[in-house]
Ligand binder design. Structure first.
Ligand code: ANZ
Ligand code: ZN
Length: 803
């Protein structure tokens, strides 16, 4: 047969075949599998080869599960609220919903090129009122449970986006979206009490099949610490200041105290002489974001003029204020132990405050500290606790303080409540009504959704009010409780809102009675495999877990964790930087698909590097993959009608191939799956050449294994192999470990130390038989009478020594 591989016609043909007859058909008796992509924000710039990576990964996995006999749910949708569409509306005057619809259309066309098995009948869009009705419904439920509340607070404020930001959206003191420096602004905010779930969010990480790296990022973000609160009396005042410490063992080394500039005691403490300096300092600190305050290397601060008393040794210690102490963590006040804390050490060194060591390294003699000693060790300078191990002193001192009534053991979390309001247009309206008589009232569930009204200007007002505030006939409404005049809440939700629960909606997209039917949810969820970028390791995943737990608590679903298994792919880089339109290093998939085909690009996306790591893109590499695909084509096409009975060697190569592909795939080492294909395809080609063909079973196994990776060519080859059904109706090939075992080896035969021949022997062949074979092999080279010695190292070598 002489068929030529033409990727264009083949890919076109199979795409249209799959459209007519989808490969992932529902059959009642199949087990279910839910493989989910993190749904994209449909940006205007479209997809590049970096975006392809995750979609190829999840599609390979989904198709693999189909071949394993599952009915797979692999949906796609759009996380379409958010600032870019709104900013585009501001500059171009195009309504965000129009721009979004266009972008979605373009994204869909591009996604089509990947040939993933998305079920488009389940498509969702977070900006669709039928969808955000339920985003609002969840908010109403949270409000009724006391988990959504209003608070006047200084929030992170981006002066250029003119909106409040969550802590999570501030990166190195800059706005995560536009890069401007973030400041503080006092505003009434809607908050979600995610802190009520801190312990459960931490505890339940344990049962998840997620990478240790992501679990650690989550647990660090939740930031649980065990410690103690200790009361320090203020000298001359009938007051005490509570500090939070994780190191009660260091109490004897506390040589000064620092309060957050916002601490309520500051104004009572400060003496006349220091008043001006303190006020100046407090004002400056209020301008900075908490992230900046934590990260500043150079410590700043001012003395208040007040003193506190160390409850243990009665020492009088000065009270300072500094912005490295945060007002909203612990108690907003700390006891400073410069000998054992780096920040305190830097502060003490700068302001020339005393340093007293109370823990020593058990392996060294006591000398002057050059740096803070932060390890565990043996207690010194600590009265009756001297000589104790510091780790034991931690408990002993905390217990002692509790007994004496001057302290108590506590647990603290870094996790803060979630600032949930945005002063922007393109988001879900917060379904709340403010009534002068009744206060804050939620919109009745039957009245949801509260739809976004048309506005004339999308421009944020910059006063802290959203553009919605200008639409009077929308804002003015009547109170659902008393019927009197009332006003709508004009803040909208952050972009995270719609993505915190979308995975539930896919399984029941048309339900207009509930967010999801409990039955459908239990059938399909939790998600079996979730694939997405590592950049979502903290926020999106934490929010989604929080929502899931909340919905569980109100009885809407009956599981507590949304994503059983998680895979975070690394980014595709070009010239060392993350591929992105703003960096101008984008490689478009379009020309590559045109030239090499979708199958080659899919394989190359995997081959480019370990999927969990960032990988540098190089167009040239795709040539090698394309050659490989052509070789597979030749191997099959050249050997289909030869009717070869499988030899031992063929069988072994086949089982080895199945074994390697299956195992590497299961552990997600997808780049090495591609190299296994390349290696074994060469090997099979060699065997076929040597033995005059290749058996059918091996050819069929090769095509089936390749199908999740390069589906079009696999379907075509399957058809060439004589089938009129899809290769995806087959089941994943199985290997037999016994067939993998080596039972024969090659042994070199030497004459006087020089290799003259090789023989094949069984691993358990007798010495006599091996030597006979060896002598036969070199028969014409030596005269048996001249042999003076036979050296035989089993399974290694035979050396015949002749005179
Ligand atoms: C005395 C001490 C001695 C401390 C020592 C540490 C080492 P995590 O693990 O982050 O909870 N701290 C407490 N509240 C703070 C605040 N509002 N802003 C900044 N720092 C604060 O760390 C808790 C430790 O961070 C506490 O333990 C306190 O310093 C400081 F050798 O107290 B420690
Ligand atoms: Zn009312």
């Amino acid at each position: 047969m002489s068929l030529v591989y033409n990727h264009k016609s083949i890919e076109k043909k199979w795409r249209s075949n799959w459209e007519k007859k989808p490969i992932n058909r529902k059959e009642e008796n199949k087990p279910k599998y839910y493989c989910l992509d993190m749904f994209p924000y449909p940006s205007g710039s479209g997809l590049h080869v970096g975006h392809w990576r995750g979609y190829v990964l999840s599609d390979v996995w989904s198709r693999y599960k189909v071949l394993q006999g599952y009915h797979v749910l692999h949906p796609m949708g759009w996380d379409a609220f958010g600032l870019p569409a709104e900013n585009y509306a501001i500059t171009q005057g195009v309504h965000p919903s129009i721009a979004t619809a266009e972008n979605v259309k373009n994204f869909k066309r591009q996604l089509h090129e990947i040939s993933a098995i998305y079920d488009w009948s389940k498509e969702i869009n977070t900006t669709d009122p039928n969808y955000y009705k339920w985003t609002q419904w969840i908010f109403v439920k949270m409000f009724k449970e006391g988990l959504a509340y209003e608070k006047e607070m200084p929030i992170n404020w981006c002066p250029s986006c003119k909106t409040g930001l969550a802590n999570e959206e501030v990166v190195n003191g800059a706005c995560d979206r536009c890069g401007s420096e973030v400041t503080k602004k006092n505003l009434r905010q809607w908050m979600l009490k995610i802190t009520a779930y801190a312990e459960r969010l931490l505890r339940d990480l344990e049962g998840l099949e997620w990478s240790d790296k992501v679990k650690k990022m989550q647990s660090d973000w939740i930031g649980k610490s065990y410690g103690a609160e200790i009361d320090f009396k203020v000298e001359g005042l009938n007051e005490s200041i509570k500090v939070f410490t994780t190191r009660p063992d260091t109490l004897f080394g506390a040589t000064f105290m620092v309060l957050a500039p916002e601490h309520k005691m500051v104004k009572h403490l400060v003496s006349k002489k220091y008043q001006q300096a303190v006020e100046d300092y407090v004002r400056k600190a209020s301008m900075k974001s908490s992230i900046d305050r934590m990260q500043e290397k150079e410590k700043t601060g001012v003395f208040t003029g007040g003193y506190a008393v160390n409850p243990f040794n009665g020492a009088k210690i000065p009270i300072w204020i500094s912005d490295y102490v945060l007002a909203d963590y612990g108690t907003g006040a700390i006891m400073c132990v410069p000998a054992h804390d780096e920040r305190d050490f830097a502060f003490a060194t700068k302001f020339d405050l005393p340093i007293v060591q109370v823990i020593r390294n058990p392996n060294e003699v006591l000398t002057k500290l050059e740096n803070a000693y932060t390890d565990e060790g043996i207690m010194v300078n600590s009265g009756t606790f001297d000589g104790m191990k510091s780790i034991e002193a931690k408990k002993a001192i905390a217990n002692y303080l509790e007994d004496k009534g001057i302290g108590k053991k506590t647990i603290n979390y870094k996790l803060r409540d979630w600032v949930f309001s945005r002063q922007r247009y393109w988001g879900e309206p917060i379904p709340i009504i403010h009534c002068e008589k009744c206060g804050t009232v939620s919109v009745p569930e039957d009245d949801l959704p509260v739809t976004l009204p048309e506005v004339e200007s999308y421009e944020p007002t910059g006063t802290g009010e959203s553009p919605l505030a200008a639409i009077e006939d929308w804002v003015n409404t009547s109170c659902p409780d008393c019927g009197g005049p009332a006003k709508r809440e004009t803040n909208t939700m952050p972009q995270w809102a719609g993505s915190s629960w979308y995975f539930l909606r896919y399984v029941d997209v048309n339900n207009d009675k509930e967010l999801v039917s409990k039955e459908m949810a239990s059938n399909w969820l939790p998600v079996d495999m979730y694939v997405g970028g590592i950049e979502h390791a903290v926020l999106h995943l934490l929010y989604a877990r929080f929502y899931t737990k909340f919905l569980y608590d109100i009885g809407a679903i009956d599981f507590e964790e949304p994503f059983k298994r998680l895979f975070n792919q690394g980014m595709i880089c070009k010239n060392g930087a993350k591929m992105s339109k703003s960096k101008g290093n984008v490689v478009s998939p379009d020309q590559l698909v045109e030239r090499y085909g979708c199958d080659s690009l899919r394989l190359y996306e995997l081959f480019v590097g370990p999927p969990e790591l960032d990988s540098e893109w190089d167009d040239r590499g795709i040539d090698g993959v394309y050659r490989f695909i052509n070789k597979v084509w030749r191997l099959i096409v050249d050997n289909i009608d030869k009717n070869i009975t499988p030899t031992k060697e063929m069988e072994k190569a086949r089982h080895k191939l199945i074994y390697e592909v299956t195992n590497r795939l299961n552990s997600f080492h997808l780049n090495t799956v591609v190299s296994a294909f390349m290696e074994y395809n060469n090997k099979l080609t060699e065997i076929a050449k040597k033995q005059g063909g290749m058996d059918r079973e091996t050819l069929e196994a090769l095509v089936t294994l390749l199908a999740p990776f390069a589906p079009h060519i696999s379907e075509e080859l399957w058809e060439i192999l004589g089938y009129d059904t899809s290769v995806f109706e087959r089941s994943w090939p199985e290997y037999d470990l016994d067939k993998l075992k080596e039972n024969e080896i090659e042994m070199p035969v030497q004459i006087n130390g020089k290799v003259k021949a090789t023989i094949r022997v069984a691993l358990d062949e007798s010495k006599e038989s091996v030597l006979n074979k060896a002598k036969e092999a070199i028969g014409d080279k030596v005269d048996s009478k001249s042999i003076i010695k036979e050296i035989y190292v089993p399974n290694k070598i035979i050396n015949i020594v002749v005179k």
